[in-house]
Design a protein around this ligand. Structure first.
Ligand code: CTP
Ligand code: ZN
Length: 181
């Protein structure tokens, strides 16, 4: 009992405590239970609201297999906004614009949170670019981009569900065909 009391006191007095305190009051109990399984990070980036089927693609885009800091990946979490979602938390990393653009293609609803000293310093809603330069592989084996040193280029043919069109061979690809370069 005494031990629990001292933890509670510590939680109230730290920034981390504030984040959790806010969660406790604003999140349904069921979601809170799931959320608490993934600890808050002190510095780094949290990519939230990822469609579940894109969670591991985000990890691949960020090359997290080789990241030396803390990496937490969770998927199939309940989300009010998108049904089920994934979250990727990366300690000690800030994203480049290129990485954010890549994430926008596999996770158009994602939010990128920049964390400093346990606080969300900035919340960026990703935006699917109109032109996708050198991010996605063309699925057409005879496309010039698969046979010569030509960087790929796609246009958004349809927003929802996402369809993209190759600039060179005009192949239309859906979400399921998207492979990151
Ligand atoms: N987060 C974290 N570490 C911190 C602060 C926040 O891992 N030190 C995570 C939270 O768990 C959450 C995300 O970063 O997944 C965004 O935090 P916050 O803006 O506090 O959450 P929400 O208000 O739920 O975000 P949104 O409005 O984008 O749904
Ligand atoms: Zn092509």
């Amino acid at each position: 009992m005494a031990k629990r009391k001292s933890i509670n006191k510590k939680m109230r007095n730290t920034r981390r405590g504030k984040v959790r305190a806010k969660k406790a009051s604003s999140v349904p109990k069921e979601e809170l239970k799931r959320e608490l399984k993934i600890s808050a990070i002190d510095e780094g980036t949290v990519i939230d609201h990822i469609p579940t089927d894109a969670t591991f693609k985000v990890a691949e885009i960020l090359d997290l297999e080789n990241h030396k800091g803390i990496v937490s990946i969770a998927t199939n979490l309940q989300s009010k906004r998108i049904g089920k979602k994934g979250i990727v938390k990366v300690g000690g990393k800030s994203l480049t614009q290129d990485e954010v653009n890549k994430i926008a293609i596999v996770a158009p609803e994602a939010t990128v949170n920049i964390i400093k000293n346990y606080d969300v310093k900035e919340k960026i809603k990703v935006k699917t670019p109109e032109i996708i330069d050198n991010v996605v592989k063309c699925s057409n084996p005879i496309c010039i981009t698969n046979n010569e040193q030509v960087p790929t280029k796609f246009y958004i043919a349809r927003k929802d569900p996402l369809k993209i069109k190759c600039h060179y061979c005009e192949r239309i690809m859906g979400k399921e065909d998207i492979e990151i370069v």
